[in-house]
Every structure is written in C-alpha cells, then in structure tokens.
Design a protein around this ligand. Structure first.
Ligand code: GAL
Length: 670
C-alpha cells in the first residue's frame, strides 16, 4: 500500500489541548452539571466522548437512544469545550455478542473469548465489519455537523484486546494476504523455508495461522502473521476512517497508539501516514529517572514518526492505574512533570484517561482528573494547576521541537522477527537495548528522534542501530548511503541478521551490515546469567558477545577475558565521508557511556542548556521565539544558565534560574 499524502487539517483546539476521556453515561445528570462547571475551573478545552458508548445508545439492535449524547454534546459546546468523538467499536454491545459470538477473537490455543471484555472482535470477520461500519455511519451522520465536534477518534487502542485472532475467518484472510504478498504457494514455501521438517504446503489452503503446536512455529510464518495482524487491523481502521472522511472531509481523524519500547502489535510507524494527527496513550512505568526516561523514549518515538510536526498525548494517568500488579500513586508534582515532559518533546496536548474516576466497572480504581475523593485533593489541585500552566504556555503550541541530530533506529517488524522462533538466547530482551542507548543520551540532554526504517535519515549526524535483527536490502542500502554521505553509524550485535522472510543472511554476521562495517562475526557467544566479559580498554559486557574478526575495520577494543580473549569486540571503519562502528557485545552502563562519548566526539552536539544531573532540558522553536523546558527530576533544587521570561511565574530571568526539586520551568528565551 502506498502511503497517502498528509491532509493539512488544523489542530482541533486553539493552542494546547487539555482534558481527557469523558464518560458521562456512567453518571446521573446532576453530576454532568458539576462536571461542566469543574471542567471550566480546571481550564479543560477538549474531551473524548463515546469511546465505549455503543451499548448505551443502541441498547437493542436498531433501537437508538441518542438523547443523552445529544444533550452532553450541546452542553459541551455551550461551555466551549471541543469534542473528540469516538466511534464506539472498541466495545461491541452485549446483544451483538449474543447474536454473533463468532465475531469474538480466538486465541492461539483455540479458545474463543467470551463477551464482557473490550475490543471483542476479529478484524477479519465480515459480520463484524458490517455492524461496525453501520454504527460508524450512524454516529457520523448524526454528529458530523455538530458545532462541538473537532476530531474523530476511531475505536480505541486497536490491537489491545484483539491483539491477534487465530479463528477461521482470520485464517482465510491471512491466506489472501499471503497470496497478495507471495503470488503462489511455491514462493511461499521458498520464503519460509518449509523444506525444513518437510512442512511444504501443496496448496495455499493448507496454510493456517501459527496456532498452538508442539514447538515454536516456523519463524517466517510467525513473522508474516504478525505483519498480517497489524495489516488486518489497519484495514479495519481505514474502513472506519473512510466512512468518516466521506461524511466530514474537513475533520481530522485519528486513533490512539500505544507507543513505548515495543515491539507493538500494530506497526505504528507504518500506520502513522494514515492518521491526520498521531496520538499516543502513555502510562509511564517505574519511578524516578526510569520513569522520566520512559516518557522521553515514547515521546521521542512519537516525534520520530513525523519529525517537526506536533503530536497528541491522548491519554495518560493523573496518578495510579489499576492494571499493573502494584499501582504506584504519583508523587506530588509528578502529574505536572509528566505532562510537561510530553509537551516539551512535541505533544500539543495533555489529555488523561479519564476525567472523573469511575466508581463501578473494571477500572473503578483507575485515577481520574477528578478523583473519588473529589476536589479537596492533591490530584485535583494539580490538575487545576496544570490547566493554568498550559494556558500560560499556550503560545508554545505549533512550535517544533529543536531538530534532533541523533536518531535511534527501531522497527516493530524487526522485533517481531526476533520474537518468532527459537534463538541463541531466548531470554534476551533485545528491544531493551534501544532504551539503554537512549538513556545515556537522554541523561546528557542530547535529543534523539526514535525513528523507523521508513524515515529519511539525511537530517541526522549520528545513527544508532541497536539490535535491528531484521534489515531489508533497502534499509541496509539507506544506512550505507547515510554513512558514505558523512553520517556516523553505531551498529550493535544482532543487527541485520535476517532478511524480511526471517531467513538468516548467510556468510557471517551481521549479514546486511557486514560490508559496511568491515567485520565478520562467525559465532555467537551469549553469556550465561551472572557472567560478564572484559574488554581490553576497561569496558565490560554481559549477556552477549561474539567471535568477530576484522575485514578492513580498525579495532577499537578486544575481548580480554573468556573464550574470545584477543578477538575484536568493538570496531570502527571509515567509509566514504562517514564512519561505521560495530559493537559486538552488550555493554554495561559505564562502558556504554564511554562508547557513546566516543561516538559523538567531534560532531559538535550540545544540550540546549548545561544542566546538572537529573535535570531534563528540551527546546521548542517557534516562528518568533524559542522555549526552553527545564524539568527537575532530582531531589535537590537545580540552577541553570538562561536568559528570558519565565512563562510560569512571569519573571524576567537575567542569566540564571533555580528550579526546585520536582518542578518544571518553561522559559521564553531572549
Ligand atoms: C487505556 C485505554 C483506556 C483505559 C486506560 C486505563 O489503555 O485506552 O480506555 O482503559 O488504558 O489505563
């Protein structure tokens, strides 16, 4: 599928969007009065309605009760609160599941889910598609011209509850998808290497999804099924989107991604061109610096889909969620810091799940902007404070985050390929590697775009390729060109190992990048738990090493302990106007810091401001001014050098600004 041209549609709010998911149907009318009043107090200007409302406006098939939704849309409009109206397909009504249980997804062990969850449908089921599009048409026809409506929100977190479906309808759809990809069964057999175990298909009809069997499935089959699952959901998204665009061509359409470390169920980089505004739901994990970097990584990945364009933080939590084993509440100030960390990195919104904490239903203990305890609470005070802050920095909206000169290349397809089949190290959390490289740069306030193989690499000076297990020839060529034209690439172990069919590239690792790097790795030496290996420059590695030789590359460091002692561990090769590094081991934090210091040396990369440890600084640049976001994640106050106007306090800063522990400043620079 060729990606469409972007539609230049306006941002749905004047400035930064502030608000969240609003589920008024869970409450009596008198609560609505209070909701609208309190939204006014907090400065809410945007809410998402209708995400799970289908059964509430169509309680029986064909019997509609839109009265409540009409009323709340009108009330929100009167209060000048814009609406992001959702199609309700994230939650089919009970009557539909009773009538057509065959639309429910089936697990790989063959168990069909029951009613009662969310996203209880299979994207390949034609009956489901018919009902889904019918309800989308009904909603779009009724509200398409409502003055409160600013944006469409298709379903919710596609690929959440319905990650992958292994039912017969999916099997049939999968076979059609394979036919379009491979043309005939012989090419499919070649691609998947089905001569192995004699698992040749005589006919396309014999192919099944990778359902439960005695061993891991064929890696080619498993990878293609992951691609198919993402494409099947995309096809469903596009079917809903097309209905909306046909009726309301001037309104933006989005759907909420769940971008984090990945690999995701849905290949968001390949979906991004199909949404008018990229939107993310992010529930920060961990505490302290780990959590702050978790926010930064996801935000840098969102920005990487479309560098320079704003994106939307569609959901995050005002405090604890309820779906982790233990749910940590936010520390004082954390709600504001989290929100502004997203804004600093390009979000033109701060939206929450959800406005008012539910008292019933599965999520009855999920925090809300308005908690169970009401308005005499820390959460509510911080929500109102955040609303005020966003108003004070509203002019930041539309500005771009200062262009990053470093990119980290990640790819969901590569992650799926790594997760398919059996590997030399079956407990290796390969996607975590990108987080570790990102963390070192994040700690130095060197901005990174987390990009995909679809990104044009020309704007970057340094490209980090951490464990890009699958690389196509096109990706390898793009990276080769990047280096020849003067870029610097750092490629790690387990990159370029397989081609797009998940077949190992023979001739030595790291297959696709061997020539560029001037090295050949002949055997993997994964380390056992607790083991480590030394390098002769003082660095240490755990988890992974390999038997490497140079084929034209300069040796930066050799292994100096263990069975690989004396052989190269880290290399560098000048190619064209650039250079390409190879890192054959999983370096420990200190060693990684030194590696990255060497990798950035001479590139003239500077943070936006010199800041003490635990202080994050990011610059956004608008047409007439630039804005420095300073987030103090530490436990002590921090001072940085800056000149400008403190947008939160209004004071003129004549050279130095002190930010108390846990606090944030946004400075309009002079
Ligand atoms: C999101 C979802 C919301 C809500 C939230 C809870 O994944 O879109 O509807 O369930 O999680 O954290």
């Amino acid at each position: 599928m060729t990606a469409p041209e972007p539609r230049a549609l306006p941002w749905p709010t004047a400035g930064i969007a502030f608000g969240g998911d609003y589920n008024p149907e869970q409450w009596p009318r008198e609560v609505w009065d209070e909701d609208i009043r309190l939204m006014g107090d907090a400065g809410v200007n945007f809410v998402t309605l209708g995400v799970f409302s289908w059964g509430n406006f169509e309680p029986r098939e064909g019997e509609f009760d839109f009265g409540w939704l009409d009323e709340i849309m009108d009330r929100l409009d009167a209060a000048k609160i814009g609406v992001d109206l959702s199609t309700p397909t994230a939650s089919p009504p009970i009557w539909l599941h009773r009538e057509h249980p065959e639309i429910l997804p089936v697990t790989r062990t063959g168990q069909r889910y029951s009613q009662g969850g969310r996203l209880g449908w299979c994207a390949s089921n034609p009956i489901w598609r018919r009902y889904a599009l019918r309800v989308v048409e009904t909603v779009a026809a009724r509200y398409g011209s409502h003055p409160a409506l600013r944006m469409w929100h298709v379903s919710n977190e596609l690929g959440g509850g319905n990650r992958k479906c292994y039912c017969d309808a999916s099997a049939e759809h999968f076979r059609r998808w394979l036919l379009a990809r491979y043309g005939d069964v012989q090419s499919l057999n070649d691609a998947w290497g089905t001569a192995f175990w004699g698992h040749r298909y005589a006919d396309m009809d014999q192919v099944l999804p990778p359902r439960d069997c005695e061993t891991a499935p064929n890696p080619g089959l498993a990878l293609d099924f992951s691609r198919f699952a993402s494409d099947a959901l995309l096809e469903h998204f596009l079917a809903e989107r097309d209905v909306l665009v046909a009726l309301t061509p001037d309104l933006p359409v989005t759907t909420n991604f769940m971008v984090s470390t990945g690999p995701h169920v849905v290949d968001y980089a390949r979906w991004a061109p199909y949404v008018d505004i990229t939107a993310n739901d992010h529930y920060a994990a961990g505490a302290g610096a780990v959590r702050a970097q978790d926010v930064a990584f996801a935000a840098d990945r969102m920005r990487g889909f479309n560098p320079g364009a704003p994106w939307m933080l569609m959901e995050h939590a005002a405090s604890a969620v309820e779906w982790r084993p233990r749910n940590r509440a936010n520390e004082p100030g954390e709600l504001i810091r989290d929100s502004l960390a997203h804004v600093a990195r390009g979000a033109d919104s701060s939206l929450f799940f959800q406005w008012r904490a539910s008292t019933a239903g599965v999520e009855q203990f999920h925090s809300g902007m308005l908690p169970h305890a009401g308005t005499r609470t820390r959460i509510w005070r911080e929500v109102c404070q955040l609303g005020g802050i966003l108003r004070s920095i509203n002019e930041v909206a539309g500005s771009a985050v200062e262009a990053a000169r470093i990119a980290i290349l990640v790819d969901d397809e590569a992650g799926w390929a790594w997760n398919a089949g059996q590997k030399p190290h079956n407990e290796l959390p390969l996607p975590q590697l990108a987080r570790e490289y990102h963390q070192v740069l994040w700690e130095r306030n060197l901005l990174v775009d987390v990009v995909s193989p679809l990104t044009n690499l020309r704007r970057y000076d340094l490209l980090i390729i951490p464990g890009l297990y699958l690389a196509s020839n096109a990706t390898a060529r793009a990276i080769d060109l990047f280096v020849r034209q003067g870029g610097r690439a750092v490629v790690t172990f387990l990159s370029g190992i397989v081609d797009p069919t998940n077949r190992v590239r023979a001739g030595g690792y790291p297959g696709a990048f061997r020539d560029l790097l001037g090295v050949v790795s002949e055997e993997f030496y994964p380390l056992l738990a607790g083991d480590s290996v030394a390098l002769d420059n003082g660095w240490t590695a755990t988890t992974w090493s390999e038997l490497l030789s140079s084929d034209g590359a300069e040796i930066v460091a050799r292994y100096s302990s263990g069975p690989l002692s004396g052989s190269p561990a880290v290399t560098r090769r000048k190619v064209g106007r650039g250079e390409a590094w190879y890192v054959s081991a999983w370096l420990e934090q200190n060693s990684l810091e030194q590696l990255l210091s060497a990798a950035v040396a001479g590139l003239g990369l500077q943070p936006p401001a010199q800041a003490p440890q635990d202080v994050e600084v990011v610059r956004r640049v608008g047409p007439t001014a630039s804005y420095l976001f300073v987030l103090n994640h530490g436990v002590e106050s921090a001072t940085i050098k800056v000149r400008g106007v403190d947008l939160l306090g209004g004071a003129l800063i004549d050279g130095s600004l002190t930010i108390p522990a846990g606090m944030v400043a946004v400075v309009k620079e002079l």
